[in-house]
Ligand binder design. Sequence first.
Ligand SMILES: [Zn+2]
Length: 404
Amino acid sequence: MDDFRGLQDRFLDYVSYDTMSDASMCGKRRPTTAGQETLLEHLRDQLEEMGLETYYGKEKVVMGTLKGSGGTPVAFMAHVDTADDVPGNGVKPMVWENYDGSDIHLDGVTIKADENPDLSLCIGDTVITSDGTTLLGADDKAGVTIIMEAVRYLAGHPEISHPDIEVFFTPDEETGDGMSQFPYDRIRSRICYTVDGGAEDELETECFNAATAEVTFKGVVAHFGAARGKLRNAVVAAAALIGMLPGSESPEATDKDYGYYCASSVSGTPAEAHAEFLIRDFTDEGFQHRIDALDAAVKAIETLYHVKAENRVRISYRNMAAANSRSPEAVEAVYKAADKLSHRIHERLIRGGTDGARLAEKGVACPNLYTGGYNFHSLTEWVSVRMMKRCASLIVGIAEELAK
Ligand SMILES: [Zn+2]
C-alpha cells in the first residue's frame, strides 16, 4: 500500500477552511455557517475529480459513490463543521515533524506529554496542533481527510476488489442538527462507518440513548409586599426541580456505562421559568426509567408548589448497539481488516453520540472509527499524521473484506 503521501497536505488544506458551526442559526440557515458550504463544495469537486458520482442538494450533505465490483455496499461518513467551545476559525496549524516526546509549547498553552500518554506513540512521527489560540479541527477534518485518502487510493487501484462505496460529508454535527435534513432515502448501504473517534485503534460500537426535557413552570405573580398566600413563584419551582435530581447521577459523578441527568439551562421570572435537562443512559430500560422519573418529579413540583408545569421530551439519538448487533459483519470486517494489518482494535463506549446513531435508528449499522485526534474541542487539540494514515489503510482493508 502506498504511504498516503498527500494525507498531511490534504488535512492542512481542510483545516484552513473556517467551518465553526453556529447553534443559534439552526433552522434558519443550512449549513449554519457559510464556511461549511465552501468546504462541502470543495469536497464534492475533489470527489468528482477522483471519478465518483456525487450528489449535493438542498440537504447540504455531500454524497459520493465509488463503483465497486460487488458485495455489500458500505458507507463512510464524517462532519465538516468544528465546535465553538473555543475559537475555531482562523486556524494556524503547527506541524511538529520528528516529534521528540517533550511538552509542546503553543501560544499561551502547553500540551503536556505526561497528560497525553499517547503522544509517546508519536515519537519520531509528525504531530499537528493549532498555534494555541484556536482549536485544530481534527474533529472531524481528520475523519474527512482519512475517508478522502482511502477513497483516492481505491479509485487509483482498480485491481483491489471492493463493494460500492458511499461517502457522506455532513454539516452541523456539533450543533446536533446535522442529521435532521439528511437525505435518508438516498442511502443504499446498510453499514455506515463514521470516522469521528479519537485514540489509535479505538472502535466505538455503543453510545448513549439521549433525550432533552424542556420544562416550563407557570407561576402566579403578586406584589412581593403583599404576596402571602398569592405568589406562586415559577423560579422557586424550577430551582426545586433541579435540586430534586440525584447528585450521584450527574455527569460529574458518573463514568463508564452509568447514565445521568444534567440540568443544562435555566432561566425565568416568577411568572414563568424554563429549565432544560439532558437525560443519558446506555440501556433502553434505564433510559425510559430516567424519562419517567423526571416526569414524575415535574408532577410532584407542580403539586407541591401550586404552579402549572409542562414537560416536553425530545429524543436526540439512540444507542447504536442494537443496529450494530443486527449487522455483525460491520464490526467483524473491522477486526478482520485490522488483523491483516496487525492492528489491535480496542472497543470502547462513547459517553455521547455520533451522527451515525441517527442512522442506527433507521437500522443502519454505524460503528465509529478512530481518527488519531486528541483533546477535541480545546486549544490543546492534536492529531497524529501516522494514525490518520493507519486508519486510512484500515478503511481500505474494511472495503476489501466487505467485497467478499
Ligand atoms: Zn466530531
